[in-house]
Unconditional design. Sequence first.
Length: 562
Amino acid sequence: MSETASSAGRRSPSSARFLPSGVGSALIGVLALTAYRMLWLGPARYDVDSLLFLPGGLPALTVLLLASWLVWRRRSRLLPVPSAAKDAAPSRGGQVGADGTVLGGRAWGGVLGGLLAGVGTGLFAWAVVTARADLMLPSLGALGLAFATAFRGGKGFRAGFLPALVLLLGVRLPKPLEDELVWHLQTWTALWAGRLLELTDRGFVQSGVILRDAEHTFHVIDSCSGLNGIAILSLVALIVRELFASGGLRTWLVVVLAPALAFGLNLLRVAYVASSPDPEALAGIEGDHTLQGLTVLMMGTALLYGLGWLLEGRPSGALQGLEEPEGPRAPGPMELRHDPDGTLRSQPSVLPGRLAVVWLSALALLSWTLPRFADPGWALPATGIDLPQEREGWTSGPAPHDLFFTGAFPRKLHRRYSKSARGSGAPQIVDVLIGYEIPNTPGSTRMMSSKRLIPGPEWRLEERSRERIWLLDREAELSVASRHPGGERAWVYSWRPRDRGLWMESWRAFLALDESPFRRARPRALVQLVAYAPHDGQLAMDRAKQRLDRFVMSFRDELSAL
């Protein structure tokens, strides 16, 4: 009787299996494909030219394939492989409880796995109701880490961290943060390309984001920022690091240097185009952008691969052993059990697999049943951008502007107000730009970045400070810009009604709050007032500042209503 019970006890683990391992893995894969179908069924960018140059994130399929490749290479550290070792011992810091489960060192794994599963599920549900497919990627990464932790504890978490991190490269940057990065990359590219071109005998001059010589003018626009090139070469660097992982910790230098390499190569590309005899042929609408981008990508890939090969060398010392050796492993969570005869044995854990099937089934069901939020429509206010064309001696007309710089606001006011000076002096001039932002409309968001601190592409920022406009009872940014050293100056007042700052707005954009019931009643707006001074003399600068204050006083009611 005792022998029969003992035999039954030893057979119970086998009979308790939820599904055969192959069928269970296939079922988990099908459920994941179904639940996360928004990632591959939604619209994607397949145009090579726009992928290389226009900001917008990497294609979801690309990062999914790379993450899958990384998971496959780590499969022996991620999957709950049965262990036949009879003398298996608990992992570091763990103890075997009365029921045979591993306690102590493994307890944190359950807490961490639960937190990651909650985050992943929350992001999944929010992605469904807001129709934001890219939010599925961090959701998938969090759930993958949760399952890896459940399967293999801390070892599974460490092995799954990099694939989960790679998935974040497919998440589009929040628009406010993306616009800020694009503008700074534009200015840095123009600055260093200008310094590089100054070494030639062509007489190049850099002013703002404009590069010019005696024959040509080149505008470093947003597609010249190189933001996508940085993302692509960072992805390539992760592949290279994985191929040369035996080099240990030092091979991560490839990933660290990839953004700087991408910026430098894009800088050389811009300098080459600007210095060519016909830059419009290379930078215009019909320009061969694709060949340029592919050349930069191939050069960057070759350099990163060569660096990885050099860094791999022969791992030694503290840099050796970053990768855990394969071979017989200690049992994972919930794998240690006592046989009825008291012998401690290890067996494959079935609970994580069951949990994965149940959890993914629930997500697949949610993806079909959760209702989407209604389309906000974003109807612009019927009124709000309406300054009188004449008031208190101010008269207005169209303001000169560069469409590449100001963008295409769905509704904007852009006027030049002038007022005759006393005597025979030059007229006083104030340029006014007011526009409403429409979420997910690039032309209306770019001017919400630091670009708004200068009046045009040929200007460079010299000073920036916060100032309170008492007549309007609000804070504004006061900036001083210049065209050339010692030349024309501009005083700029700018503020953004209903704006909460870069980081708060970035979180709002990341979570798509403006596509939900938490949207604003009115969209953000931009107000920019510019007064010019003929030179940098203190008297001329003071007069320009006073001109702005007088203009605000004349149009106080309309400006306050924005």
